[in-house]
Write a protein that binds this ligand. Structure first.
Ligand code: ATP
Length: 365
């Protein structure tokens, strides 16, 4: 297993800085995801690591070996794209064998390795078929076998599941993760699908404008976003503006238009000075609705609108001048509660205190 390290990577296309002095360390054997808004540089970073782009500045290492200028086909990596890119006139077996034939591997060894790769993706029964005789999911499995057969040390995946329907996508999530772990691959995966990233990754990076905003486990990124941009990009959240009253040991009391809130400081040190402007991020599913006020972080209000989705209700909860998104799992409060007073309460653990740039006028303004 090898690590992948990127140091000060910059890549420009004309006027656009697709990667801006970006540094990143991916651990050996890690399944690492790149996430971020469209155009943030995910594909450019993946392609630079795979060797399809030469950066303008910066260095890339596989383990201790520098590969910045090593061409793609000499990096011993596998690549899997959104389009399966299988040869339509070749059988499954021949498609998978292709990379080995180019490498002048003996016929016996090719047969053995192709069988092994097809077995690992559970496609050995389909070896004699042509791609157009396979479903989308099966074609994607063949594409994965083709990437694995050369025994790569790293696997790069660019939106590999986006052509599949929802059910197959779910199934393939588990398959890809199983295979990456079984083959002890260091894998880098680009996706637009946040759920896919949260469900599959060991760690993920959120990018914006060619820069890294945050790297962490799914739990850290979702529950402890380091900035407004990350909190906004991953999942849904409520932002509440406030001012620090007290802080210490990673916790803070914050004065807001909705009342006082206790929360966790996103930077973890909790030493923000009294009077510092901050932003609270509170996920809709972390609120509890009840008729009674809790001791902390409890605000009165009314349910103005509800979308009932069976297992969950999505409420618009109006408190003073603010409207908050409040999700209720296993919903009790349905359409007959309009106008009744409720309390929405949240644990301090679920309130993230984020810094606010000095010139920030707050979200939505
Ligand atoms: P998406 O999620 O939409 O696929 P991305 O995060 O993968 O986006 P990149 O494809 O890496 O983003 O693109 C980063 C920026 O570089 C974008 O502004 C894009 O328009 C630009 N860019 C990427 N490739 C090229 C190219 N070959 N020529 C010119 N500009 C490019």
């Amino acid at each position: 297993m090898i690590s992948i390290s990127v140091r000060g990577l910059t890549k420009t296309f004309g006027e656009v800085k697709a990667l801006d002095d970006l540094s990143l360390d991916i651990e050996p054997g890690e399944l690492f995801f790149l996430l971020g808004p469209s155009g943030c540089g995910k594909t450019t970073l993946l392609r630079s690591m795979a060797g399809f782009y030469t950066p303008d500045a910066g260095r890339i290492f596989f383990g201790r070996e520098e590969v910045t200028r090593v061409p793609a086909h000499k990096r011993n990596t596998g690549m899997m794209f959104q389009s399966y890119a299988l040869w339509p006139h070749l059988t499954v077996e021949k498609n998978v064998a292709f990379g080995l034939e180019e490498r002048k591997v003996s016929r016996r060894e090719i047969r053995r390795r192709v069988r092994e790769a097809l077995e690992s993706v559970r496609m050995d029964e389909y070896a004699a078929r042509k791609p157009n005789q396979l479903s989308g999911g099966q074609q994607q499995r063949v594409a994965l076998a083709r990437a694995l057969v050369i025994r790569p040390q790293c696997l790069f995946l660019d939106e590999p599941l986006s052509n599949l329907d929802a059910k197959l996508r779910l199934e393939m999530r588990g398959e890809i993760r199983r295979i990456c772990k079984e083959f002890e691959l260091t894998a880098v995966y680009v996706t637009h699908d946040q759920k896919e990233a949260l469900a599959m990754s060991d760690r993920l990076a959120v990018l914006d404008s060619g820069k890294l905003l945050q790297v962490g486990t799914p739990w850290e990124i979702y529950r402890r976003p380091a900035s407004e941009t990350v909190a906004h990009f991953i999942g849904e959240t409520n932002f509440v503006e406030g001012v620090i009253m007290r802080s210490g040991a990673g916790m803070a009391s914050v004065d807001t238009a909705l009342g006082e809130f206790q929360g966790v400081c996103s930077n973890g040190n909790g030493d923000q000075a009294e009077g510092t402007k901050v932003l609270l991020s509170i996920r809709p599913e972390s609120w509890r609705l009840d008729r009674f006020r809790d001791e902390t972080n409890s605000i009165p209000g009314k349910i103005r609108k509800t979308v009932y989705l069976g297992e969950i209700s999505q409420h618009e909860f109006e408190s003073g001048e603010s409207t908050l998104k409040v999700f209720e799992l296993n919903p009790r409060f349905l359409g007959d509660v309009a106008g009744q007073e409720f309390y929405a309460s949240v644990d301090p653990e679920d309130v993230v205190v984020l810094g606010r740039p000095p010139d920030s006028a707050g979200p939505g303004s």
